[in-house]
Write a protein that binds this ligand. Sequence first.
Ligand code: 9PG
Length: 500
Amino acid sequence: MSVEVHRRVTPLGSGLRIDLILRNATRTPQTAPRVTEALPGRAGTVLEHGWQSWSVVRRCPPDDSRPERAETPEAVRGSLVGEPSAAGRRVVADWVCVWEGGVAGWLGGRTHLGVVEVAPDGSLAAAAVLDGVELAPGEERTLDPLWVATGDPGALYSEFCAHAGAHGGARLRGPAPLGWCSWYQWFEGVRPAHVRANLAEAAAHGIDVVQIDDGWQAAIGDWLDTAPEWGEPIGELAAEIAGAGCTPGIWTAPFLLGERSRLYREHPDWVVVHRSGRPLRAAFNPGNWGGWAYALDTTRPDVRSWLTDTFAALRSLGFAYHKVDFCYSAAMEGRRHDPGVSRTTALRLGLEAVRAGIGDDAFLVGCGCPLGPAVGVVDAMRVSADVAPHWEPTRHWPGFAEAAPAAANAVRASVLRSPMHGRLWLNDPDCVLLRRHDSSLDDAQREALVATVEAAGGFTVLSDDLTRYGPDEWAAVERLRRASQAPVDLADPFAPGLVP
Ligand code: 9PG
């Protein structure tokens, strides 16, 4: 074989650490192979741990591959699944696999896509997916280490998160914020007047972060200009929020490039290219985005300079809290400028460019983000599908019901990923919706949302019209303000009734 694979096994905590090194011993460039590692044991039930924040997180038998997923449009599969060709063919846990008999996961996540594949008979194999990335003559590439342990899955899940956090230099500079976000009340219809009215309430009640979500921007990629309907420069509200004693927060999708943006008009060569030769379609929003958004090629140094400059400009306007969304786009399959950089590393480079712009002291929340590559860059990570003012999904892609906006989906993923909190970052379980108007949630469902956020790290972002809160809603806010933010263990991730 032209690329050698060197392997070393050492004990780490309750399990084994497996280090793998690829070496191109030839005098010509070689493509990296897909490296697999058979794992001990056989699973009867596994945690399907999806690729990014909104991907499916569920407990399932090994043969429940959901074949209908293969029929979902390519752009959707590529946004929810790390290796989209596997969708519907086998059960795959991205990054970390928990089963009743143990845990296996990649301690690092920045070098390559790391998955654990589950065969219908329950046998398990870890795979390092390098997509044929190019290795230069003589090049050695150290893969992200793998950790495997058999025994009590609850304890080992926490231990995996602790090892991965230590390996990746997790940013754990709590406490979790108490904030407000415009999205789940006004969606893309948010206007400055909504933010101003809610800022007054937030300031009066000691709510720190006031975060403007999608709807303010001129176009996806044109982050320094506002939409005509917004009617004022974005810096005006940043100054007012800071002036009221709160932290200005802003939503962006840094690795997307809208087909109608000025950025795309000026830099059509900044996109990742699909195998057909056309720009890679990464997200579709015919409403306020005006159609498709393409994926930004973060292996280009000029793109990374643009990211850093753009985010430095937003920071200098006062935005010290950044929700960066649709991050998966930087890591989708496609052709990039630098054939030696894996798509996972491309995402990592993009996140680092954003961090360089906002500064070390700004608060960065990953959203729609593959989990492993973000450890050590983000302060918080959205760990669930979108919450919604309804319990069950209203519509969803075939086989991906758990990834659709729904309060039940936010609760399920937030509980099943709770051991990540305080070990890899602060978990963002998505917003708390307390309102009784504009909502079909009943009292028990509202309480389930509050109890989940309270028990899973206390990261509280309200997304209601605060001017309509009464004593009951403010009492719930006080309860969440006092939540313990300590790391959480799941005694038994497979306990019946643990999640909806
Ligand atoms: C703004 C929103 C909010 C929300 C984010 C994200 O098409 N989709 O599959 C899809 C999934 C999630 C989503 C949007 C679209 O929501 O999670 O909090 O910021 O973007 O557009």
